[in-house]
Design a protein around this ligand. Sequence first.
Ligand code: FES
Length: 124
Amino acid sequence: MTYDIYMDFILENYKNPKNYGKIEKPNATSRGLNPLCGDELEIFLIIDKNIIKDIKFTGKGCAISIASASILTEMVKGKDLDYVKNLKENDLLNALGIEISPARIKCALLSYKTLKEAISNIKN
Ligand code: FES
C-alpha cells in the first residue's frame, strides 16, 4: 500500500471510528489521559470466560488517537485476554500503517495504555 492509502485508513477510522460508544455495566473499564494535550479516552469491556465479548470507547482526541482506538478495539474484539496481555506497543503502531513521529507516540498509544490498564482491573 502507498502512504496515501495508509493515511486514508487513519482518516476513515477517525471520521467513522469502530466501536465508538459506551457499554452499560462493563466488567472492565479505564480512563486514560494524554498529559501533553489533555485529551482523554475511556474504554469499556465485557469479558466473559477470558474472552473480550465486547469493547467500546469514548472520548476526544486527535485523528491519530481516535483512529488508533478504533483499530485497537477491532484488533482485540473476540480475542482472549492472553492475546491482549501479549500485545506490544509495536503491534498497534504497525497496524496503524503510518510513520508516527516521536511527538505523536503518546497519541497513538493512548488507547493501548488505557486498554492495558482496564484489563488489569477486571470485576467479576
Ligand atoms: Fe491529544 Fe493527540 S493531540 S491525543
